[in-house]
Design a protein around this ligand. Structure first.
Ligand code: HEM
Length: 467
C-alpha cells in the first residue's frame, strides 16, 4: 500500500510539474496579436513532435489553429505559414523586414559572406555576381559542354553492376560543380575535397555545440580545410599567366565583372554554389530514377525524347543548348519529381522588426526576431492545383492551364533560386545519358525517408545493364 502511495505521489508530482512547465511556457509567449498555437516545452519547444511526426504534425496544427500558427521548433519561437498568399507576401517583401532565418550552425559553417547570411545591398551584390556565372548564355556557352563531358564519363561502365544510385547522384552533383567552378577533375584535389565537403554538409545540419566530438565541430574544421584549399587555388591562379575558362576565373577577373568580390567573398561564394546545388540536384536525380523505375510508361516517353535527340547525332556528339531546350518532357519529369517528393519543404525567414500579416491570417503580428517557416510542402499535394496529387504524372506540367504561381520548389521573390536553370540542365543531362545507355531494376529492401530530408538511409541499390 505504502509503495502504491509513493508511486502515485511521484506520478502526480511529475504530471503537475509538467503541466505547470507547459503552462508557464505558453504564458511566456502569450502576446496580443500572435497567431494561435502551442509552444511546447521550455528550450526544446515542439521540436521532437515536429521531427517525429513531420508533415503530420504540421497538418494537425493547421486543423486546430488554421494556416498560420505559432510553435517553437529547432530552437526558436516560430510562426509557421501554410497560407499561399502570406507565403508569397513574405517571399516578395524581404525589404519590409524579413531576412533569411537559417540555423546558426549553417550560417557559421557556410561563412559570413554566404548569400543566406547577407541582405540588402550586400545580398544584391553577391547575388549579381552569382547570376553572372549561371546565366542562360553562360550555361549555353560554357557550362553545358562541361556538364556533358562530366556526365559522359561519370555514367560510364555502370553496366552489369549493382550501384547505390544515391551515392552516385551525390558524387555527380558535387564533382560536376567542382569541374564547373575550378576545372577540378576527379583526382588528388577532389579526393581531398570531397570528404571535407561531406563533413561540412553534416555540420550545417547539426546543433551549434562546439565540442571536439560534435558534427558541428567537425563541420567547422572541414570549412577551415576547404577554405585553405580554395585559398591555395586562388594564390596559384594569381601567380599564373593562364586564365582557365571556369567560374573561379570569372569571379577573380574583377575588371570584366562589375560585381568585384574580395578573396574572402569569392571563397564563400564558391562554398555557396557547391552547397546550394548539392543536395537539391542529387536528391532530385535520385528520386527521378526511383519514379521512372516505378512508372514504365513515363520512362518510355522520356526515353523516346532522348533517343530522338541521339538519332540526329553521332555517338560522341555532346548535348547542346538546342537539345536541352527541346527536352520538354524531361523538364516535366523534373518538376513532377520535385513536387511529389517535395525535395524542399519550405524556406526560413526571420523578422527584423515587428510585422503584421495580411492574407488569410489578417491582423496577426509577428514579434521582432521570430522565425517564419514558409512551409510550402502542402501546396504540392493540393488537389485543386494538382488533380490526383499523389500520382506521378509529368504530363500535368505540359498542360498550359496548370496554375504554377504556387509552385515554390525553387523559392520565390528576391531569393528565388538563381541556380534553377543550371540545376535542371544538370539533371536533364544526367537523365539523358542514364536512360539512353542503361535499363535498371531495384535490388529491393531499401528504405526511403521523406522527412525532414528526402534520403535513403542505407542507399538505394539498383542493378544496371546496358540498354
Ligand atoms: C533542383 C535543384 C534546385 C532546387 C530545388 C533549388 C531550390 C532552391 C530554393 C527553394 C531556394 C530558396 C531559398 C530561400 O528562399 O531561402 C534556393 C536558393 C538558392 N539556390 Fe537553389 N535549388 C536548386 C539548384 C541550385 C543550384 C544548382 C545552385 C547553384 C548555383 C543553386 C543556388 C542557390 C542559391 C545561391 C540560392 C540562394 C539565393 C539567394 O539567397 O538569393 N541552387 N534554391
Amino acid at each position: 500500500m505504502a509503495v502504491f502511495v509513493v508511486i502515485f505521489g511521484v506520478v502526480l508530482g511529475v504530471c503537475l510539474c509538467s503541466t505547470a512547465l507547459l503552462r508557464w511556457n505558453e504564458m511566456r509567449y502569450r502576446k496580443k496579436g500572435l497567431p494561435p498555437g502551442t509552444m511546447g516545452w521550455p528550450v526544446f519547444g515542439e521540436t521532437t513532435e515536429f521531427l517525429k511526426q513531420g508533415p503530420g504534425f504540421m497538418k494537425n496544427q493547421r486543423t486546430r489553429y488554421g494556416s498560420c500558427f505559432k510553435s517553437h521548433i529547432l530552437g526558436c519561437p516560430t510562426i509557421v505559414s501554410m497560407d499561399p498568399e502570406v507565403n508569397r507576401y513574405i517571399l516578395m517583401n524581404e525589404s519590409k523586414g524579413f531576412v533569411p532565418g537559417y540555423p546558426q550552425s549553417m550560417l557559421d559553417i557556410l561563412g559570413k559572406c554566404n548569400i543566406a547570411a547577407v541582405h540588402g545591398s550586400t545580398h544584391r551584390h553577391m547575388r549579381g555576381a552569382l547570376l553572372a556565372l549561371v546565366s542562360p548564355s553562360m550555361i549555353r556557352e560554357q557550362l553545358l559542354p562541361k556538364i556533358d563531358e562530366f556526365m559522359r564519363s561519370h555514367l560510364s561502365k555502370w553496366d552489369d553492376k549493382v550501384i547505390d544510385i544515391q551515392e552516385k547522384t551525390n558524387e555527380m552533383a558535387l564533382l560536376s560543380s567542382l569541374k564547373q567552378i575550378a576545372g577540378i577533375e576527379s583526382g588528388s584535389m577532389s579526393q581531398a575535397f570531397v570528404p571535407e565537403f561531406f563533413k561540412l554538409v553534416v555540420g550545417t545540419l547539426s546543433l551549434p555545440i562546439n565540442l571536439p566530438s560534435t558534427n558541428y565541430h567537425r563541420g567547422f574544421e572541414a570549412r577551415k580545410n576547404i577554405v585553405s584549399m580554395l585559398r591555395q587555388l586562388i594564390e596559384k591562379r594569381k601567380g599564373s599567366q593562364e586564365t582557365p575558362n571556369d567560374m573561379l576565373s570569372l569571379l577573380m577577373n574583377g575588371e570584366g565583372n562589375r560585381y568585384k568580390l574580395t578573396d574572402e567573398e569569392i571563397i564563400d561564394q564558391i562554398i555557396t554554389i557547391l552547397y546550394s546545388g548539392y543536395e537539391t540536384v542529387s536528391t532530385t536525380s535520385m528520386m527521378a530514377i526511383k519514379y521512372l523505375h516505378d512508372h514504365p510508361r513515363v520512362l518510355e516517353e522520356l526515353r523516346k525524347e532522348h533517343l530522338t535527340i541521339r538519332e540526329r547525332k553521332r555517338p560522341d556528339d555532346p548535348i547542346n543548348w538546342d537539345d536541352y531546350k527541346s527536352m520538354r518532357f524531361t523538364r516535366a519529369v523534373i518538376y513532377e519529381t520535385s513536387r511529389l517528393a517535395t525535395i524542399v519543404n519550405g524556406v526560413l525567414r526571420k523578422t527584423t522588426q515587428e510585422m503584421e500579416l495580411n492574407g488569410e491570417c489578417p491582423g496577426f503580428v509577428i514579434p521582432k526576431g521570430w522565425r517564419i517557416y514558409v512551409y510550402t510542402r502542402e501546396i504540392n499535394y493540393d488537389p485543386c492545383l494538382y488533380p490526383e496529387p499523389l500520382t506521378f504524372n509529368p504530363w500535368r506540367w505540359l498542360d498550359k492551364s496548370l496554375d504554377t504561381q504556387n509552385y515554390f520548389i525553387f523559392g520565390g521573390g528576391t531569393r528565388q533560386c538563381p541556380g534553377k536553370e543550371l540545376g535542371i540542365a544538370e539533371i536533364s543531362t544526367f537523365l539523358h545519358y542514364f536512360v539512353t545507355r542503361y535499363r535498371w531494376e531495384e535490388v529491393g529492401g531499401d528504405k526511403l525517408m521523406k522527412f525532414p530530408r528526402v534520403e535513403a538511409p542505407n542507399g538505394l541499390h539498383i542493378r544496371v545493364s546496358s540498354y
